[in-house]
Design a protein around this ligand. Structure first.
Ligand SMILES: Cc1cc2nc3c(=O)[nH]c(=O)nc-3n(C[C@H](O)[C@H](O)[C@H](O)COP(=O)(O)O)c2cc1C
Length: 330
C-alpha cells in the first residue's frame, strides 16, 4: 500500500503530521511520535511575544498609531531577538535534527514582520525543513477594513518568504470574507501550503467570576466540516498544497480529508487524548480500509470528492442547503 504524499515539496511517508502543540515541545516526545509513524511534526510555536513583542503594541502601531492605515502598515518597530526563549528554541532544533529523520516544520506565531525575517533565517540555518506561519490577527477596530487586514497577512508572508529558501506555509483562519481569494493571494505571495484551519482557542464567559475566558478546545470529528468544505473548494485552485487541520481524529477523517483534496492532515487532539500509539493504529486502520476498497495509493484518492469532482457540489457551495433543512424530521 502506498501511503506516501507530497506536501509543500516535502516527501512524506504518509499523510499524518503532528501539529504544533505540547506534543512537539520535547525531543523525547517527537522521537516517540516518529516511532509510531508520524510523517512530520510542526514544532510548538515560538510566539511573537516571546520575541519581546507585545500584541497590543502591534495593534497600536498597525491600526491606531496613524490616521493613514497604509502608512502605518509599513511601519514595524525594531525587535530584539537575543532573548533566552528564542535561542533555546534554536538549540533544541539542532539537537532534534540529530535525533530524528522525519521533516521538522518550525512554527512562527505572530502578526508583525519586524524581527521575523531575522529569526526565520536563523531557523533555516539550524536545519528546519519548512516554516509554518500562524498569523491570527483579530481586528477589533470597526474602522479597520478587510483589505487592511489581508494586506497585513500578505506583508508578513512575503517578508518571510523572501528571506528564506525553505518552503513556508500559512495556518489560515476560515473567517476571511473571501477565503478562496485570500488563499490564492497567499499562494501567489509564495505560500507553499495552506493549513486549514486554526482555531484551537475558544472564548467563553465565566458566570461565577463574571469575566471573559479563553480555553483550549480539544476537537471532535464534528469540527472537520469547514476543513472539508474549503479543502474541496481549493483543490487544484492554487499552487499551494493543502493540510487538513482541526477535527482529524481517526482514519475515516483522514480518508475524507484526502478525498476532499488535502495533501496531508495535522493531528493534535486525538494524540493528546490517546497517546502516540494512536498514530500507529490509525495508519493500520487506514491501510485496512484502503485494501478492502481496493485503493492502492493515497495519491489515487486525492480530490476525488472535491468541489470539481463531486456529484453533489451544493453540499460544499451552499451553507444552508434547502433539502437538508426541509427534509429534516424530528
Ligand atoms: C494544547 C494545544 C496547544 C496548541 N498549541 C499551538 C501552537 O503553539 N501553535 C499553533 O499554531 N497551534 C497550536 N495548537 C493548535 C493545533 O496545532 C491544531 O491546529 C489544532 O489543535 C487542531 O487540530 P486537532 O483538531 O487535531 O486538535 C494547539 C492545540 C492544542 C490542543
Amino acid at each position: 500500500m502506498d501511503l506516501t504524499t507530497t506536501y509543500m515539496g516535502l516527501e512524506l511517508k504518509n499523510p499524518i503530521i503532528v501539529g504544533a502543540s505540547p506534543l512537539t515541545a520535547t525531543i523525547e516526545s517527537i522521537k516517540e511520535l516518529e516511532e509510531n509513524g508520524a510523517a512530520a511534526v510542526v514544532l510548538h510555536s515560538i510566539f511573537e511575544e516571546q520575541l519581546n513583542h507585545e500584541m497590543h503594541e502591534m495593534d497600536h502601531f498597525l491600526f491606531k498609531g496613524s490616521e493613514d492605515y497604509a502608512e502605518s502598515l509599513g511601519y514595524f518597530p525594531e525587535v530584539t531577538l537575543s532573548n533566552l526563549e528564542s535561542e533555546h528554541y534554536l538549540d533544541e532544533i539542532v539537537k532534534l535534527k540529530e535525533s530524528v529523520s522525519i521533516p521538522i516544520i518550525a512554527s512562527l506565531n505572530g502578526v508583525s514582520k519586524g524581527g521575523w525575517i531575522e529569526y526565520a533565517k536563523k531557523l533555516e540555518s539550524v536545519g528546519v525543513d519548512a516554516l509554518e506561519l500562524n498569523i491570527t490577527y483579530i481586528p477589533t477596530d470597526v474602522e479597520v477594513d478587510a483589505q487592511a487586514v489581508e494586506q497585513l497577512y500578505l506583508d508578513v508572508l512575503e517578508a518571510v518568504v523572501q528571506s528564506v529558501t525553505i518552503p513556508v506555509s500559512v495556518k489560515m483562519s476560515s473567517v476571511f470574507s473571501a477565503p478562496a481569494n485570500m488563499a490564492k493571494k497567499m499562494s501567489d505571495a509564495g505560500a507553499k501550503a495552506l493549513v486549514l484551519f486554526d482555531k484551537p482557542v475558544h472564548v467563553d464567559i465565566d458566570l461565577e467570576e463574571l469575566n471573559a475566558l479563553q480555553s483550549i478546545h480539544m476537537s471532535s470529528s464534528q469540527d472537520l466540516s469547514e476543513t472539508l468544505r474549503w479543502s474541496a473548494i481549493l483543490y487544484k485552485k492554487t499552487e499551494a498544497s493543502l493540510c487538513a487541520s482541526t477535527g482529524i481524529k481517526n482514519h475515516e477523517d483522514i480518508l475524507k480529508a484526502m478525498m476532499s483534496g488535502a495533501d496531508s492532515v495535522a493531528m493534535v487532539s486525538a494524540i493528546m487524548e490517546n497517546g502516540a500509539g494512536h498514530i500507529k493504529t490509525t495508519l493500520e486502520a487506514l491501510e485496512a480500509w484502503m485494501e478492502e476498497k481496493e485503493y492502492i495509493s493515497i495519491e489515487q484518492m486525492k480530490g476525488s470528492i472535491s468541489l470539481a469532482h463531486t456529484r453533489n457540489p451544493a453540499a460544499y457551495e451552499r451553507a444552508s442547503y434547502m433539502r437538508v433543512l426541509t427534509d429534516y424530521r424530528y
